[in-house]
Ligand binder design. Structure first.
Ligand code: NAD
Length: 366
């Protein structure tokens, strides 16, 4: 099949890591008989330099004309880069917020997977890690507390701030459907996380999730209070498959879940809308401190491309092949600098490689 992929290389290490992801996609295309047609899209600091704004209307149109978008990362050094002397709506990050809104990307997915070979980077005890864990955090991205009405004013002589948390049943239903769909592609378990003992929005969340669950008899589901979930993530992470939750809870829990895996250079993510369209990007930033040095870890971006194959193109077998190739290179001992063994750990059988070599090794093993 033929797929149109928009590529936002972005700033910093973005161009280096997206080049490796498209290298791996091309290897997938060659092996499985697909073609990926790439359109370069400017966003972030590079767009500011070329056009004066972080995201042009033409760039949005190009993204909308693609089947999916693969992104590196945007932004520069927030202290020294001239981009950060611009008004907030003209800074690199404004482009990202705008594209998420324009493309209606309401569902954010972040996998947290512990690679056997990188267990040493996990801050949890061995008896807790056990055989590892493999979960997906599904976070609602465009509603709730971060998008509610807010005010700060004096009430009866006292400064009073207010943020409101609103969800409609439609907003809950569409993310719940996405969560159960994703669970069907995985181990068929959903943990819906809320604070239904206190919040009305959570009680509506729970009711709608139960309605949606009826359409997925194969998926087992449970409700969990958010404070308990925060504990369970460090107590028994293996119990989770898909964690489905609202915006703020997801913001906090996804960072907690990613931290227990260890390395930022390994963490992929996806933001989806109601169609098959998605924006796929590594969880980390543009790493200006190592940009242009050829040492960035491209695996998070390569795994984001694997998510694109799975969730936008329904190419599960191909996505499995990319994920297996990543596991294989780690097993063979290849590491970029960020995932090298720490001081005091054995480096026997370990080979340090750069960005392009890591990409090639993975592409060869697809
Ligand atoms: P960062 O994630 O870019 O870097 C944090 C640390 O992790 C650095 O030491 C960096 O070298 C390292 N790192 C990150 N990715 C790596 C990789 N693939 N391989 C090896 N090491 C890696 O976070 P930051 O320094 O806080 O932010 C830098 C810029 O990135 C800022 O402008 C920020 O706004 C932007 N940012 C963009 C996105 C995005 O595009 N979605 C996300 C987060 C931050």
């Amino acid at each position: 099949m033929d797929f149109k992929v928009g590529v936002i290389a972005g700033d910093g290490i973005g161009p280096e890591v997206t080049a490796e992801a498209t290298k791996v996609l091309d290897a997938v295309g060659k092996k499985y008989g697909h073609s990926f047609d790439y359109t370069e899209i400017l966003m972030g600091g590079c767009s500011i330099d070329a056009t004066g704004v972080p995201l042009t209307d033409e760039a949005i149109a190009a993204a909308k004309a693609s089947d999916a978008v693969l992104m590196g990362s945007i932004g520069g050094n927030t202290t020294t880069s001239p981009w950060y002397k611009l008004p907030p709506n003209l800074r690199p990050e404004a482009g990202l917020l705008k594209i998420r809104k324009e493309l209606n990307l309401f569902a954010n997915l972040r996998p947290a997977y512990l690679y056997e070979e990188l267990k040493a980077a996990c801050p949890l005890r061995d008896d807790i890690i056990g055989d590892g864990f493999d979960m997906m955090i599904m976070r609602e991205l465009t509603g709730g507390l971060y998008f509610g009405e807010r005010s700060t004013k004096e009430v009866n002589g006292v400064m009073t701030a207010c943020d409101s948390l609103t969800y409609t049943e439609d907003e809950i239903r569409r993310i719940a459907i996405r969560g159960f769909d994703i669970a069907m592609k995985r181990r068929k378990k959903v943990t819906s996380v809320d604070k239904a003992n206190v919040l009305d929005s959570s009680r509506l969340w729970r009711k709608v999730v139960e309605e949606v669950a009826k359409d997925y008899p194969e998926v087992s589901y449970e409700h969990m209070l958010v404070d308990n979930c925060a504990m369970q993530l460090v107590k028994n992470p293996a119990q989770f498959d898909v964690i489905l939750t609202e915006n703020m809870f997801g913001d906090i829990l996804s960072d907690e879940a990613s931290m227990v895996t260890g390395s930022i250079g390994m963490l992929s993510s996806a933001s989806l809308n109601e169609t098959k369209f998605g924006l796929y990007e590594p969880s980390g930033g543009s790493a200006p401190d190592i940009a242009g040095m050829g040492i960035a870890n491209p695996i998070a971006t390569i795994l984001s491309a694997a998510m694109m194959l799975r969730y936008s193109f329904d190419l599960d077998k191909e996505a499995d092949a990319v994920e297996a190739a990543v596991k294989q290179v780690l097993k063979e001992g290849y590491r970029t600098g960020d995932i090298m063994p720490q001081a005091g750990q054995s480096t026997e059988g370990i080979t340090k490689v750069g960005t392009a070599e890591m990409g090639s090794l993975i592409a060869e093993r697809v």
